[in-house]
Ligand binder design. Structure first.
Ligand code: PLP
Length: 381
């Protein structure tokens, strides 16, 4: 008989804990609000360009252009590069819907490519088969905080004269061969959705690039197509990053590396504690340093494991339960079940365990124990 692991009232492990993160920043945020209230510089204020400069430098790129979301950052980048109606853009079948939507919103067609079964990011070996004369760009997604196989992707892009736009919405600070995400392709899009590794107090995003012409186009596009006040060169949008968010993000950016280091400690602890169970733990390529936006494990008995953990007060997530090609919004792609076998397998098997910088190491142990208990009970039956 296996003795059930002991529970006490403290044994409730949320999936993320933004309140814990915010608590560390409350005084700074109040101060930012007070000072901005005085200046009332709410739209494209000085703090926006300061944060853009800091973030570009952090990534090792020349320019950054703040936007109102990660989706906008992706969409405006495609538009600024001239991608639109009649064009095709390759991206991962295994991603959050926003990557595909950004392509669709420009009028171009997303052409999905299956995932590498080990790293879960786009499989570069499958890219060439999907390239047509209409293909203009590739959007690799640094899923869960692990950079995609950029070297092979960039090689294919160069062969076919394609743009590479990183979807780095889950990978603030991650490194690929010592270079940060954001500086690996022609441009990169980041999201500051509150639960991302760098999160605003609402929606926000940014494009990072070292291409000066592209940066200038993006500044114009996000702000009504204005080159100067009331002179509208193109039919632009209102997709600006708020000054308030920029100021908060600039303050939080100083702590990003420390927060990512805590995530890495938790990931290493999970890896160690889960060894020997039947769970497939994340595979990290030798030349990358992931930032563990999510800690994602895999098992054929995912739904039962999830229920087992839930009963023990442990919240988990599924990223993502339905791949893009099987979403009702994308029935137009005409890709039935079976089109992307790796992405479909992942959708059935992946489970995201609690992961955030403020996670208590004791909670990591508690989660790992509960997982081990699940597999032992399974063996007994
Ligand atoms: C969060 C996310 C986005 C979209 O960012 P928003 O700020 O929510 O628009 C795009 N791609 C990926 C992979 C994401 O995780």
């Amino acid at each position: 008989m296996i003795r059930p692991i002991e529970r006490n009232v403290r044994d409730r492990v949320p999936f993320v804990d933004l309140a814990a993160q915010n608590a560390a920043h409350t005084d700074d945020v109040v101060e930012i609000l007070r000072s901005l209230s005085n200046s009332s510089d709410w739209i494209l204020g000085d703090e926006v360009s300061r944060f853009e400069a800091d973030y570009a430098e952090y990534c090792g790129a020349r320019f950054a252009i703040g936007t109102d979301s990660g989706l906008s950052a992706l969409e405006l980048t495609l538009r600024a590069l001239g991608v639109g109606e009649g064009d095709e853009v390759l991206t991962a079948a295994n991603t959050f819907i926003a990557t595909a939507l950004a392509i669709s919103h420009t009028g171009a067609k997303p052409v999905l490519v299956d995932a590498d079964p080990d790293r879960y990011t786009i499989d570069p070996n499958l890219l060439r088969d999907r390239i047509t004369p209409r293909t203009r760009a590739i959007i690799p997604v640094h899923l869960y905080g692990q950079p995609a196989a950029m070297e092979s992707i960039l090689a294919v892009a160069q062969e076919h004269d394609l743009f590479v736009i990183e979807d780095a919405c889950q990978a603030h600070g991650a490194r690929y061969e010592n270079r940060r995400t954001g500086a690996l392709g022609h441009a990169a899009a980041f999201s500051f959705y509150p639960s991302k590794n760098l999160g605003a107090y609402g929606d926000g995003g940014i494009v990072v690039t070292s291409d000066e012409g592209l940066a200038q186009k993006l500044r114009v596009l996000r702000n009504y197509g204005q080159e100067q006040k009331y002179l509208h060169a193109v039919k632009g949008y209102n997709r600006r990053l708020d000054t308030l968010h920029a100021a908060i993000l600039r303050m939080k950016l100083k702590r990003l590396d420390a927060c990512n280091a805590l995530r890495r400690e938790h990931a290493e602890a999970y890896n160690r504690l889960l060894e020997g169970t039947d769970l497939v733990v994340p595979t990290v390529a030798g030349n990358v340093e992931p930032v563990w936006h999510l800690y994602v494990v895999r098992t054929e008995r995912r739904d039962k494991l999830r229920a087992h953990l839930e009963e023990r007060g442990i919240q988990t997530g599924i990223h993502y339960p339905i791949p893009v090609h099987l979403q009702p919004a994308y029935c137009e792609l005409g890709c039935p079940l079976g089109s992307y076998p790796v992405s479909e397998m992942l959708a059935e098997q992946v489970l995201s365990l609690p992961m955030y910088p403020e996670l208590d190491p004791k909670s990591v142990e508690y989660v790992a124990k509960a997982v081990a208990e699940f597999f032992r009970i399974g063996e007994e039956r």
